[in-house]
Design a protein around this ligand. Structure first.
Ligand code: THG
Length: 728
């Protein structure tokens, strides 16, 4: 039985953590995957223990391994253990993606492609992408696997205690994005114990339409007096939770950090005893039609407003800027429309004399660098459409497909592959039909084609086509009638470009607003319009009141807000990491530009030594460290980044070289806590006056009495203030 058939037929048991089993064989800070080469027998023994415990899926010891040799060796060891199903394990690159960090989408794609090819070639049955915290990085990995192999894909996320990923995506939005990208299962792993993860698992089960996987840690980590990290949930207790997850509808259960073959054996027993789990009862969740990396748009909150202004038609300045590759105007328009309260940004680069694929993708990146609204890709050029869809962070809307065979055959596969919703224009080989009934017939054909390409009906928006009243006055009622028919007969959502109606007319905006009301009254769900136009904005406000939904749903952007405000919102959980980093970066620019005298009292004295930051040896993660650096810098501190995987000796050297007053050490992996301790001891021995602060997922106050512990980047700033005597 192949993996997907088995997944359809019942609950599958995955294996547990490798760290615990391999720890004794690892030097301080050594990543487990090295053992695939240096001590393969140890890895094989661990796999065999999990196979013997009854795991159906054995995960190769390849988490965060970055070269194909390690992957080949890792997959081969699972096969040797005679696993029922062999999973290639892929983890995060450890870098932040653009525009937050330096890693480009294509570089991430290349990274995952190399590993996926090696995994498929060595005989993996599936790929498990796990412990992910950025949906954009997930997209790169999923595309890499799907474009280069035919292996099933499972993608599981690591959540913070607030139920969001590090980059601020909530569970429902994450599920919508991953599902649209065509994963075979999705879920949650690591980060929390089964008790803390349970509410999040239940929420996921309510919304997911594909099988759900759950692999918690054996509780929250605790560092013993002896310095070991331990997880306290026993095999018995863990198995009870896991059986509960299966009863609630999870189709893959297993463990992560701190779980052992005993945990897996306990789960096997309970799963075998459990009756066949009932199907999950789905709550009616608002369907997410589009999403960015942090924000979703659905049709449930009243009319969806799609901003039309990122379009060179009739706009000289934007046209000029696009020709010159100058994205400043694009960023400005994106922000202005977001501030005006629209929900999705239409992006169009339709100029005859332009490299549309390049420019459209560049526009999408520019929009994503300042705005967290979902985007709608407006192009008739297939190459441009694909180039833009690739770099979209989240779930886009494709604008558009139409009823022509050629359009359906070429656009729908792209929308499916990139997980986008689609606008269907009700025109075909014979042009725009004159009657509402004919447009309905085309809408029906588009629906049939979309569904046969695997695109759900809920991801369709039918555009009944607004014509210009100046040229075809008899068409306005047909368009409105078509909107009503499409909703009543097909139950599909509808969209119209509202501005088209008023071309060449006096009182253009008032005319458009009147048409908008008529369309809303006919049941229109979404409107492409200029959100900055006061007549439109006023119409929408009034419509909301009249339809009993006065509260505007769109939150204001973080742009042009002071950093302190963004930080406070970040603490409250209303803005997320991408916005925080962007705001921080902007503040750094501002501080650099400001006359030195102006900020003298807030800036670190140029003569005082910089703060040194390092991820300790064995830790290749620099995400948390990047955040701390950005926050320190925008509070006026000079920072020197020593990098990641930094040996203790190198830190000591740098402390001497700079005469440092403060060193910040980061450790994400529990396996590197020992190195953190070592480094603290070495630094304090060499420079007793130098303060050390620590942070990162694996560090807490119990790591060392001799160091300050900062729970997050703001606490790091507070510590720095204290050390540099800049309190208050
Ligand atoms: N349906 C769908 N997509 C569409 C349309 C539609 N995309 C394009 C268009 N129609 C909607 N977008 C625009 C963009 C600009 C204008 C109108 C519709 C526009 N521009 C002004 C002009 O040309 O004079 C200039 C505006 C300015 O300078 O502020 O009117 O129907 N699916």
């Amino acid at each position: 039985m192949d993996f997907l058939t088995a997944l359809k037929n019942g609950v599958l048991l995955a294996d547990g953590g490798m760290g615990t089993l391999l720890a004794a064989h690892l030097g301080p800070g050594e990543p487990p995957y090295l053992l695939n080469m240096t001590a393969p027998d140890v890895v094989l023994t661990a796999h065999k223990a999990y196979t013997a415990a009854g795991a159906d899926i054995i995960t190769a010891n390849t988490f965060t391994a970055a070269n194909d040799e390690l992957v080949r060796a890792g997959v081969a060891l699972v096969k040797q253990a005679e696993a029922r199903f062999t999973a290639l394990d892929l983890g995060p690159t450890g870098y932040l993606m653009e525009p937050m960090g330096e890693l480009s989408f294509e570089a991430a794609y290349e990274h995952f492609t190399k590993l996926a090819l090696a995994g498929a070639d060595s005989g993996a049955d599936l790929v498990l992408i796990e412990t992910m915290s950025d949906l954009y990085e997930c997209k790169a990995a999923i595309l890499a696997i799907k474009e280069n192999t035919s292996l099933p894909v499972i993608c599981t996320l690591s959540l913070q205690e607030n139920g969001r990923t590090l980059t601020g995506c909530n569970i429902k939005t994450a599920a919508a994005i991953l599902e649209s990208l065509g994963v075979d299962a999705l879920g949650l792993n690591c980060s929390l114990g089964p008790a803390q993860l349970r509410p999040f698992v239940l929420e996921l089960l309510e919304t997911a339409n594909v099988p759900v996987a759950v692999q918690p840690n054996a509780g929250l980590p605790r560092v013993t007096d002896g310095g070991d990290t331990v997880y306290d949930v026993s095999p018995e207790a863990f198995s009870e939770y896991a059986a509960g997850f299966a009863r609630a509808g999870a189709r893959i259960v297993g463990g992560c950090c701190g779980t052992t073959p005993a945990h897996i054996a306990g789960m096997r027993k309970l799963l075998d005893e459990a009756a066949k789990p009932p199907l999950t009862v789905k709550k009616e969740c608002p369907h997410i039609i589009a999403a960015s990396g942090t924000r979703a748009a659905s049709l449930s909150g009243g009319p969806l407003l799609i901003g039309e202004r990122l379009n060179p038609t009739g706009r000289k300045r934007l046209r000029q800027a696009l020709r010159e590759g100058d994205m400043e105007e694009v960023r400005r328009e994106a922000l202005a429309q977001q501030e005006a309260g629209c929900h999705i940004l239409d992006v169009n680069a339709g100029l005859p004399d332009i490299d549309e694929p390049a420019v459209l993708a560049q526009m999408v990146r520019a929009v994503q660098s300042v705005s967290n609204l979902p985007v709608q890709i407006d192009s008739t050029d297939l190459k441009a459409l694909e180039a833009a869809l690739r770099v979209v962070n989240g779930k886009a809307v494709v604008n558009s497909v139409n009823g022509k065979r050629e359009s359906l055959d070429s656009v729908l596969p792209l929308a499916k592959k990139y997980g986008a919703a689609v606008i269907g224009l009700t025109l075909d080989e014979n042009g725009i039909p004159g009657t509402a009934e004919q447009r309905l017939a085309i809408a029906r054909r588009i629906r049939g084609a979309a569904v046969s390409h695997g695109i759900p009906e809920k991801d369709l928006l039918i555009d009944c086509l607004t014509l210009t009243v100046a040229a075809q006055p008899d068409q306005v009622p047909e368009t409105l009638r078509a909107v009503r028919l499409v909703k009543e007969e097909l139950g599909l959502a509808t969209v119209l470009g509202v501005s088209n109606v008023s071309y060449g007319m006096p009182e253009r905006e008032n005319l458009g607003a009147a048409f908008l009301i008529a369309a809303l009254a006919s049941g229109l769900d979404a409107a492409i319009l200029n959100p900055l136009s006061e007549p439109f904005a006023g119409t929408i406000r009034s419509w909301r009141v009249l339809s009993g939904r006065p509260e505007a749903s769109a939150a204001a952007g973080t742009e042009d807000k002071p950093l302190q405000w963004v930080i406070e919102q970040y603490d409250k959980g209303t803005v997320f990491l991408p916005e925080l980093l962007l705001a921080a970066r902007k503040e750094i620019e501002r501080l650099k530009l400001a006359a030195p005298s102006q900020d003298a009292e807030t800036r670190q004295d140029a003569a005082s030594p910089p703060i040194l930051l390092a991820s300790v040896q064995g830790d290749i993660h620099d995400i948390g460290k990047s955040i701390v650096q950005a926050m320190l810098e925008c509070h006026g501190f000079n920072v020197v980044d020593l990098g990641k995987d930094v040996p203790s000796g190198r830190v000591v050297e740098a402390v001497r070289e700079y005469g440092a007053k403060l060193v910040g050490l980061s450790a994400l992996m529990t396996t590197t806590v020992g190195n953190m301790r070592r480094t603290i001891i070495d630094v304090l021995a060499a420079a007793p006056d130098c303060a050390v602060m620590i942070g990162g997922a694996a560090a807490d106050a119990s790591v060392s009495d001799a160091a300050y512990y900062g729970r997050d980047a703001m606490e790091a700033v507070a510590i720095a203030r204290r050390v540099y005597g800049r309190e208050g």
